[in-house]
Design a protein around this ligand. Sequence first.
Ligand code: MN
Length: 234
Amino acid sequence: MSFVFTPPAVVGLAIAGSSELFPVRRVYCVGRNYAAHAREMGFDPDREPPFFFCKPNDDASIVPVPAGKTVGIPYPGQTANYHYEAELVVLIGEGGRDIAVEDAAKHIYGYAAGLDMTRRDLQMKMREQGRPWEIGKAFDFSAPVGVVRPRAEAGEITGGAITLEVNGETRQKSDIRNLIWSVNEVIANLSTLFMLQPGDLIFTGTPEGVGAVQSGQTMKVAIDGLEPISVRID
Ligand code: MN
């Protein structure tokens, strides 16, 4: 049987030191996972259970960013407050459900630097109205992701600097150690809600210092041990 039109291709992410690609399945994101960011968003950063939202997994939403290159993405419609969120992205290599925290690391294929781009005005409006966040979070070009560093090579990432610069000026600066819910705890919790599968991505949350970007500006996300990403707003 053939399809009535060509089905969309699976998004593949470049892997450091490999000619093979990492095939993307689902894209999960953690909300408010750094205390200082929770506070700047008007919330008490008490350790409540993590919460999750999703982004589309298609090639209109995910923007692979090659090493050493700047990729341009369009300024999206219907927003006047378009925000960056620098995040550590964790890539699942082995699926499972109800994964124990102490077993979580072996489910990780690798890591990458990413951006959870956000139409903040629309997200806030939906939040106030108790409506879903998709129009604020799950739009086209909203998920740039860099080159994948395999865990087999990088080891487990539990700390290290995470920074975001806009046109060379530092706007976000924190440490992966400051995650309220660690990577392994996030995997354990998420796996009670969804059956994780190889290819799943988890955006682990952003530190404080989120803010707006304009057309013509370039964002650079750097995380210790990972290939940085450079993304320009066209
Ligand atoms: Mn985020």
